[in-house]
Design a protein around this ligand. Structure first.
Ligand SMILES: *Cc1c(COP(=O)(O)O)cnc(C)c1O
Length: 402
């Protein structure tokens, strides 16, 4: 090894994390990075040699392994190979990328769209390109880490408002000088709590205080709206969100991120955002898979209906059993446990009965608010959900959560 001081701050940080992980492993509660060895669909996987019901997937519409999507990816590999020739602006742009962006713009009822190679990179790059020193960014307290990082990287003044609290947002908007550019940003569906942002009030405030509005639709595309178009469709408010961001890695079983909006803004991002200019283009198979997925969502609307039927069964069942699920109203369902230890116990009990569930503990959530962050999809069947509810309720009683 190099000549680092044995006990400097970096070494201490590494040691502290190593100790924490080793302690958890010794107690049999280390659930980090558990490898899945086979994927049957969005509802069933093989883990540690056992077939388990999947309750931690973001594949809300059950599109993973869909024959049309898999075929599109395979055909793209045959036609273009497995990679691109580099970044979009040099040799990396394929007709496939342009078609994907048109498909997304169409799906989102927007003039244009631009894609990036991850949702994380999208938020980081888009927020920091649009906003800068002297501007104000107002972000919901529970927004995703990629939004927080993008806000900090932008150099703009960064203020957080209380979660989904429009009175607090208004207070902060009033604090901003009237001549500065302002951006209000929130998850449409919150990734840990499963509640939906109050878009109507937020739009009203953005108009009143002349602020730009950005929505992160990682958990709302394919989930909200009759045809799965997301938050604007849910509230019947098309055309009210300026910057419509989403990922291609959740409902859409691929990888990548996008932003849709006005053509001038999208062109600006193509010329100025660094993740677009300095990072390789989406691989052909992933671009083709993403494009086909948007078409499948429109061709198979039964998936959205089934997702909501399953959500009501799962969420309703947990509430009836006496669990606290916060304000969740979607397929993201927190099962509150209290302290970290009880979340580990509930996870272990569920996994022993072949439910693949995972805990979220501090510092990812405030201490005392440890939970199982469970998810439900269109791939689950009524009887599987009934079994899961029985297992969770029985374990919850034994552990003393309900
Ligand atoms: C997952 C997620 C992202 C990041 O998307 P990736 O494509 O996984 O990088 C951004 N925002 C939210 C709200 C997310 O849940």
């Amino acid at each position: 090894m190099g000549s680092h001081k044995a006990n400097d701050a970096v070494s201490q940080r590494i040691q502290a994390m190593t100790d924490r992980a080793n302690d958890m492993k010794a107690r049999g509660v280390y659930f980090y990075n558990m490898p899945v060895t086979e994927v049957y669909d969005d509802a069933t996987v093989l883990v540690n040699g056992r077939r388990m019901g999947m309750y931690a997937s973001y594949g809300y519409l059950g599109l993973l392994g869909h024959p049309r999507i898999a075929a599109a990816a395979k055909a793209a590999i045959d036609k273009y190979g497995t990679g691109t020739n580099g970044v979009r602006t040099l040799a990396g742009t394929l007709d496939l990328h342009n078609e994907l962006e048109e498909t997304i713009a169409d799906f989102k009822h927007a003039e244009a769209a631009v894609t990036y190679t991850s949702g994380y990179a999208t938020n980081l790059s888009v927020i920091s390109t649009l906003m800068g020193r002297g501007d104000w960014v107002l972000s919901d307290k529970l927004n995703h880490a990629s939004i927080v990082d993008g806000c900090m990287m932008s150099g703009a003044l960064f203020r957080r408002f209380k979660h989904n609290d429009m009175a607090d947002l208004e207070k902060r908007l009033q604090q901003a000088p009237s001549d500065v550019s302002k951006l209000v940003i929130a998850d449409a569906v919150f990734s840990m709590d499963g509640d939906i942002i109050d878009l109507p009030k937020m739009v009203e405030l953005c108009q009143k205080y002349d602020a730009w509005l950005m929505m992160d639709e990682a958990h709302s595309v394919g989930v909200l709206g009759k045809t799965g178009r997301g938050i604007e469709e849910h509230f019947d408010m098309f055309g009210t969100v300026d910057i419509k961001m989403g990922t291609l890695s959740k409902t859409i079983p691929s990888v990548g991120g996008y932003v849709a909006g006005k053509k001038d803004m999208i062109d600006y991002l193509r010329h100025a955002s660094r993740a677009y200019i300095f990072s390789a283009a989406l691989p052909p198979a992933q671009a083709a898979a993403a494009m086909e997925s948007f078409k499948v969502i429109l061709d198979e609307p039964w998936r959205i209906e089934k997702l909501w039927k399953n959500t009501h069964q799962f969420l309703g069942g947990l509430k009836d059993a006496g669990f606290d699920t916060l304000y969740s109203e979607t397929a993201v369902v927190p099962i509150m446990c209290g302290d970290d230890e009880r979340a580990y116990e509930l996870t272990a009990a569920c996994q022993a009965k072949d439910l693949f569930m995972l805990p979220v503990v501090s510092p990812a959530v405030p201490s005392g608010l440890a939970r199982l962050r469970s998810t439900i999809t269109a791939a689950h069947e009524t009887k599987d959900i009934a079994y899961a509810l029985d297992v969770i309720a029985e374990a919850g009683k034994e552990i003393g959560i309900i």
